[in-house]
Every structure is written in structure tokens, then in C-alpha cells.
Ligand binder design. Sequence first.
Ligand SMILES: Nc1nc2c(c(=O)[nH]1)N[C@H]1C(S)=C(S)[C@@H](COP(=O)(O)O)O[C@H]1N2
Ligand SMILES: [Mo]
Length: 384
Amino acid sequence: MMLDRRAFLAVTALSGAMAQSAGLRGTSDAAEPFPGLILREREPLNLEFPFATLKDVITPVESFFVRSHFNIPQLDAATWKLRIGGAVQNPVELSYDDLLKMGSTTQAATIECAGNGRAFLIPKAKGVLWETGAVGNAEWTGVSLNKLLEHAGVKQDAVEVIFTGADRGEITEEPKSPGKIHFERSLPIAKAKSAEVLIAFAMNGKPLTAEHGFPARVIVPGWYGMASVKWLTEITVVTTSFHGFWQTLEYSYFEKMKDRSTLVPVTELQVKASIARPAQREVVPTGKSYRVFGAAWAGEEEVTKVEVSTDAGTTWHEASFVSPAVPFSWRLWEWDWSVPQKPQKYRLMVKATDRRGRTQPTERDANRRGYMVNHLVPVDLAST
Ligand SMILES: Nc1nc2c(c(=O)[nH]1)N[C@H]1C(S)=C(S)[C@@H](COP(=O)(O)O)O[C@H]1N2
Ligand SMILES: [Mo]
């Protein structure tokens, strides 16, 4: 078949769209060279963990989702520097070796992208259409940020700490960036000084891969992923609050006050449980027992209860935890479902509650824009 240039362009555009929709369903288009992940976007690289394959508390690096807003910078550990400046007594400059020699700690943390679950929003939200797998749990090794800040001597009037990544680019779609910008986010000084916040150089015991922030990244346990800045090059202590692109035009939501709403940055993880198995639209055998299985997390708080419903939330059954409560880390849970003899349709739901009694909303709150998706999302099934 001979195609003229216009027809050829139309065909390639169509196959591109088809590849994209196949990726959306997570059925084909394996993300070579990332075979364990679903390709959401090639440039910049965005990869989703196929949540139905959840097995262990610790997510292997090869299966850990990747979220990037710009192309991945290729940094050389031999020349890389981390600068700590701004409102400090002694500005510090560290090499990769300096960082490795500072004395490290290891901390488990669940990282969830604030846009995880966006594919389920109606009306359709803008941004990468993640299903349930923009989340993972890893063991991070690094230097306590507080230790670095003490080294530098934070001035009395400091209010926030800004982290700058080496990646850079221009966002040309609305909301547009002011020309080329870096990925950067700030953290209130109190959270920055908390013991759990790390400048990490290793993930699950191995040096960070390029995709996950080599040579070093921030890890902010208990917060959505955007706070954990990768490819870190600068830490700047500031005395007024920062209103950068990634915490105003993006990664922000409307918080309802008494008489009005105010736009605030996305911060702490919301309590959430997610079903790994059965998968959406799976067909389960009648008259047998089925192990419903998944994970639940609540950011800075502990998950104390997970409940499962097979009738769209009319009745609930308490699930059992199959992993202990580890601070900032998700817990795996299971519930043995005796599937009735009669073939029928089911609408499964799962709901987590934390130690403070906070649970998941039934309805989506539009003021959250495209972020913090933790309302109850059903898994629809049939039994035969
Ligand atoms: N420098 C930089 N850091 C970044 C990002 C980025 O695009 N650039 N993405 C953030 C977002 S939105 C998330 S969810 C996490 C994802 O971390 P991961 O790719 O290691 O899973 O990284 C965060 N850190
Ligand atoms: Mo994210």
C-alpha cells in the first residue's frame, strides 16, 4: 500500500493514539526497557506499577512507579554537588563522597503520586491518567536533613526550605510555566527538621537509579510524592514562604474555610486502601473462597482498620493485616471472601481508617482538582 505524506501522518497519529489507549488499560505496550511497568508517557518518562501484581511490603526498584515532569538529567557522581544556602550561618557544599560519609539512616516510606487514581475522575482530569499504581513502598537510605541543616546553621527567622532538582524545562500548555524552570518544592521548616526526612542516596539497599533521582533525592515520608524532589542539587533556606509553580499552579487544591476557599499546596497523604486482587472486571469462580488482597496507608498516621464490601458499600467486613504497622509505610491486608454459588455481579469496595479515626470519603470533592484521590472507587466483578 502506497501512502502519500498526509495519509501517512494520519495513520501514524492514529497508531500513536491506539498505543496510548492500550497503555491506559494497562494491557499491552510493555514499557521496554522497563518490562515490569506500564508505560504512561515516554518523554518525559512516566511509568506505572501494575498494582494487580502487588506481592511484598517492599516494592522492588524495577516495579516502582516513575513520575517525571522533565527529561531525566544524567548526573555524574564525580562532579555532582549539593549546595545548602540561603538563610544559614555557614553555606555548605557537599560532594557525593561527602554525603555517603556523613552517617546514614534507613527509613521505609510509601510514596504515592498526588495524581494516583486520576483515571477514575469524572469529568476527566488533566494530567497523566494514573490508575491505582502510582504508588510504592521502599526502604530509603540517606542522611537526615535535620543533620545537614544543623551543619549549615539555620537562621532564626527561617520559615521554609526549598529543594531544587537538576531537571529543567518549559511547560507550554496551560497553566504555562514562566519560561524554563526547575522542578522545585518547599517544605515548612518544622517538617524539614523532622527526623524522618532524608536526603536519600539509596533505595532498597542499592544506589538510586537515574529514574528515581541519582545521585540523591529528598524523601518526605507521609507526604505525597511531589515533595520528594529527585536529582537534588540545591537546598535553600528562606525567610518568606515560597509560591513556586509546583505548589501553586500545580499540586495545589482549594481548602474550604467557613466563608470562602483558599488555594493551598498538596502536602500530607490521605488515608487510603487499594485492592490489588481481584482486578477490575475480573471473573471469579462461584462457590469458592477468594483472597481479596491489597495495601493501605495513611501518611503520618497508622492505618488501624481496613474493611471490604462486596455490595457497593451496603455491608462491610473487617480485613486482617498481613504486615505490621511500620511508621510511614503501607500495610498489606487480606480478606477471605466466600463467593456465593449463584453467578452474579459484584461491586467491591475497600475502606481504610487511621488511628485518629479518619477514613475515606464516599464522594469525590471537586475542590481537590486532579489530586488526592482517596474516595471509594469500586472494583466491578462477575462470578461464574
Ligand atoms: N526533580 C524532580 N523531582 C521529582 C519529580 C520531578 O519531576 N522532578 N516528580 C515528583 C513527583 S510528582 C513524584 S510522585 C515523585 C515520584 O518519585 P519516583 O519517580 O521515584 O517514583 O517524585 C517527585 N520528585
Ligand atoms: Mo506526583
